[in-house]
Design a protein around this ligand. Structure first.
Ligand code: ATP
Ligand code: MG
Length: 259
């Protein structure tokens, strides 16, 4: 069975999509079978992994409303060796349509159950909101990875996110846990970065990943070529950092299994 991780933070622009794409492709370099699920109507994870969101026969929207099965909508980026369940603005309609569907919070979970035996890891990218789409992503996974940009308002809003995770853990998904807090666009020379970073350690202890993701222009450029950073420039600091994150995640999983 696969491990399903949701990348969530309702704050915009903190690196959710960059993390989703690059964690997915880095896990693939460890020869893991990986599916990247785009749950954001912006379709950034879709475009950034080389799939044209404007030219989809079916998308994750069709899957969660029950029009097609996941494998009918899944695409492949052969170079990066990852599968993608793509999204585009159709997904906006799902927010409303889901309200009238039975099991509205569990639509993605049920869909992923059909394909999860084919994957070691499923990575779900979320929109910047605590909407029904994010609720579906949190209900479908075992663990949440929270990217945090170490700046002034970083911790604000985390309380709301943790509250939502807690509530979903109680009501919908008792296995849900926070896998890790990931510091993104990290600059160790900035005193603010260090201050926020130490606050994160105080609040979350070992849940904070050791790996940090530096601010790196290659990570920002790669999506416009529809490539993960390890394909665009595998020697870049950004690509190497995400490879480190994938390694840390795999090690944590092994420790959990053995312990
Ligand atoms: P949204 O909330 O809109 O979905 P997001 O949380 O998914 O945003 P990203 O799209 O991953 O955030 O990143 C926001 C912007 O910052 C993008 O332009 C991205 O290329 C850039 N970016 C992300 N991480 C880095 C990094 N480590 N170094 C440099 N640029 C980065
Ligand atoms: Mg995004």
């Amino acid at each position: 069975m696969s491990r399903i991780y949701t990348i969530a933070n309702q704050k915009g622009g903190v690196g959710k999509t960059t993390t989703s794409i690059n964690l997915a492709s880095s896990l693939a370099t460890y020869e893991k079978r990986v599916l990247l699920v785009d749950m954001d109507p912006q379709g950034n994870a879709t475009m950034g992994s080389g799939i044209d969101k404007n030219n989809l026969e079916s998308s994750v929207y069709d899957v969660i409303v029950g029009k097609v099965t996941p494998d009918q909508a899944i695409k492949r980026n052969t170079e990066a060796a990852i599968d993608i369940l793509p999204a585009n603005r159709d997904l906006t309609a799902a927010e409303v349509e889901l309200l009238n569907l039975p099991g509205k919070e569990n639509r993605l979970r049920h869909a992923l159950m059909r394909v999860s035996p084919s994957y070691d890891y499923i990575i779900v990218d979320c929109p910047p909101s605590l909407s029904m789409l994010t609720v579906n992503a949190l209900a479908a996974c075992q663990g949440v990875i929270i990217p945090v940009q170490c700046e002034y308002y970083a911790l604000e809003g985390l309380t709301d996110l943790l509250g939502t995770i807690n509530r979903i853990g109680k009501v919908l998904n008792p296995n849900l846990s926070i896998v890790g807090i990931l510091r993104t666009m990290y600059d160790p020379r900035s005193s603010l970065t260090n201050e926020v970073s130490s606050q994160l350690h105080t609040h979350f202890g070992d849940t904070v990943f050791r790996t940090t993701i530096p601010r790196n222009v290659r990570l920002a450029e790669a999506p416009s070529y529809g490539q993960p950073a390890n394909i665009y420039d595998r020697t870049s600091r950004g690509a190497i950092a995400y490879l480190g994150l994938a390694g840390e995640l795999i090690r944590r999983n092994k420790q959990q299994k053995n312990g």
